[in-house]
Design a protein around this ligand. Structure first.
Ligand code: DQQ
Length: 590
């Protein structure tokens, strides 16, 4: 019977490869070492269930237990969104990396399936690292990085690119994946250290009918997006030049490359679309700093190169998706709703022993739609997907009121630990703002110097979330408006964790960035998703995003409060605040 099943499976794989247009079946992969998961991922570990868990999210994606990092191969297929993720089946720390798999019809209510990929081949025996999904003739295939110590050449540990296909494409859940016999399909090219060669992107199809994809790498301290071309998606040829590279940015992990409508419409487009109506975004995850940087520019199809619109804002040098904790992100074109979705890994800020004690680590950021900013085409905007509204329960509001320096105003909530808050403030006369230079490198420092508790001129004003009644614990999300003294203004945007917990263990950096404020602007707005230990901020309609991880000891669950404050001598008019209480999503087996 077992033999029969194996035969059937092999036949299905062969058929699937042929249907995908993948040429020539090679001989079966050599099986070297099987690293079995410790058990099914379907049941949350008893240890987790038994612990008090004040930091687990209610509406952000998390597996039931253990360690998770990068989102991999997100896509929409036959009615389901699929999310794969780097997952350690054994522990709450990184290691033994597999591809966990979850499906959902709304990118919120996720159901966990069996592992999609696990280290069971000689070329991935130490881990199935990050990768992407690409549709070939309407059927998704996965590219990923295998990590092994089987050396072809000079290095001890090698990263190789591999491919997997679904065993049964009529299954909308794509429950079973198999690695193709031609694996590994790529090893590091000459001049690239084979431990610095990983994370293949979603492929895109050129007008010459050849697929392209990039792999992250580095040469000396230059970050590289090595470009490959292929006619059949299996045999890849390295292009003479990388798609792009930037000196002194270090290893580029998890690159992402995609088009956006230059018209700044919110609609997304398929990854293969090119033309004059399109701008391209190149995102790179900098291994050295663990930040995701992006640049908007032009994809020159003639020679397969990327030219940033503004060289000062090149990939790795200029803009970040998020100025807090957000890494190894990945977008996909959601043809279900015609939009481009961004997912990113939000790591813990706690110490490792705390992660081991709670038996899990990390969550994914709430899915965001991304599009080009109509005001500034060098920048993208990000916003939580609309599906979030399906979680809204009670609505709490504050109507128009003047905020004078000092006293905080409480927002009535029943559970301040799981909220979607939107607040608009009227901009006062900008002439009164403090004269202060702010730039990308000074913003974070200024956020701790101009902290919510210190008095200023125009601000600091904003919200205290996950705050205890006595405010000894609070995460402050606020603006501080400054003038450059030459007739221009900037809003410093901060997510200050310095007082987020009475525990001294977690990292409590005051994160920050800035947004130029124009003379004709009348409103400063914040949208803040509060979810127990994650605070995701979208400032001024998504121009700047900051994600914080915080661990209050008193301000947990129903004890968590929300306040509005102004510590500037200039009164601030609150226009309106809405705080939606959020349902808890039960992430369980399918
Ligand atoms: N995580 C993966 C790598 C990637 C890194 C390993 C980024 O493929 O470069 O878990 O967080």
């Amino acid at each position: 019977m077992a033999m029969l099943l194996l035969c059937c499976r092999a036949l299905m794989v062969a058929l699937a490869l042929l249907m995908l247009g993948v040429a020539e079946l090679g001989s079966a992969s050599h099986h070297v070492r099987f690293l079995a998961p410790s058990g099914s991922q379907l049941s949350a570990s008893a240890a987790v269930a038994a612990l008090p868990q004040p930091y687990r999210a209610s509406f952000h994606f998390q597996p039931p237990d253990n360690w998770m990092n990068d989102p991999n191969g997100p896509m929409f297929y036959k009615g389901y969104y699929h999310l794969f993720y780097q997952w350690n089946p054994y522990a709450a720390v990184w290691g033994n990396i597999t591809w966990g798999h979850a499906v959902s019809t709304d990118m919120i209510r996720w159901h966990i399936l069996d592992l999609a990929l696990l280290p069971d081949q000689w070329y991935d025996q130490y881990g199935c690292w990050s990768g992407s999904a690409t549709f070939l003739n309407g059927k998704p295939v996965l590219l990923y990085t295998g990590w092994s110590n089987v050396s072809f050449s000079r290095d001890n540990q090698v990263q190789m690119q591999a491919m997997a296909i679904a065993v049964n494409y009529s299954d909308p859940l794509l429950r079973q994946w198999t690695k193709i016999p031609q694996n590994p399909i790529l090893t590091a090219p000459d001049g690239i250290n084979s431990t610095k060669f990983r994370d293949p992107t979603t492929g895109w199809l050129g007008k010459d009918d050849k697929w392209r994809m990039i792999v992250g790498a580095k040469r000396k301290h230059r970050g590289l997006a090595i470009l490959y071309r292929s006619s059949d998606f299996v045999q890849w040829e390295k292009a003479k030049h990388p798609l792009h590279s930037v000196a002194r940015t270090g290893m580029w992990e998890c690159p992402d490359f995609y088009p956006m409508l230059a018209s700044a419409s919110r609609n997304g487009i398929d990854t293969s679309v090119t033309g004059p109506h399109v701008k391209h975004v190149l995102k790179v995850s900098l291994d050295d700093t663990k930040h995701d940087y992006y640049a908007v520019g032009t994809y020159v199809t003639g020679n397969d190169s990327f030219i940033p619109t503004n060289a000062k804002l090149d990939a790795g040098l200029g803009l970040r998706y998020d100025y807090g904790k957000y890494y190894a992100s990945k977008t996909f074109f959601d043809d279900n709703k015609g939009r481009r979705i961004l997912l990113g890994w939000v790591n813990e800020s706690s110490i490792e022993s705390a992660d081991i004690a709670k038996n899990w680590s990390s969550m994914q950021g709430f899915p965001r739609i991304v599009w080009l900013d109509a005001e500034n085409s060098e920048r993208i905007l990000q916003w939580p997907i609309d599906e979030i509204k399906s979680l809204y329960k009670q609505k709490n509001t504050l109507e128009s009121m003047r905020l004078d320096i000092g006293p905080v105003v409480k927002v009535k909530t029943t559970n301040g630990a799981q909220l979607d808050i939107e607040v608009d403030f009227a901009l006062p006369e900008l002439k009164q703002a403090e004269k202060l230079e702010v730039n990308a490198s000074s913003a974070q420092q200024l956020c701790s110097e101009r902290a919510s508790s210190r008095s200023g001129l125009v601000g600091p004003f904003g919200l205290l979330v996950l705050a205890s009644e006595d405010q000894s614990e609070q995460t402050a999300v606020f603006f501080y408006i400054v003038s450059d003294g030459r007739g221009s203004w900037n809003a410093l945007v901060c997510s200050d964790q310095s007082r987020s917990s009475l525990s001294t263990d977690p990292d409590k950096t005051a994160y920050g960035s800035f947004i130029p404020v124009f003379g004709n602007e009348t409103t400063m707005s914040l949208r803040v998703l509060v979810d127990h230990s994650i605070v995701e901020t979208f400032a001024q309609g998504g121009k700047v995003c900051i994600t914080s991880r915080v661990y209050p000891t008193k301000a947990i669950n129903e004890e968590a409060q929300v306040y509005v404050f102004n510590n500037g001598s200039v009164p601030i008019q609150l226009k309106k605040l809405t705080a939606w209480e959020m349902e808890t999503v039960d992430i369980g087996p399918f």
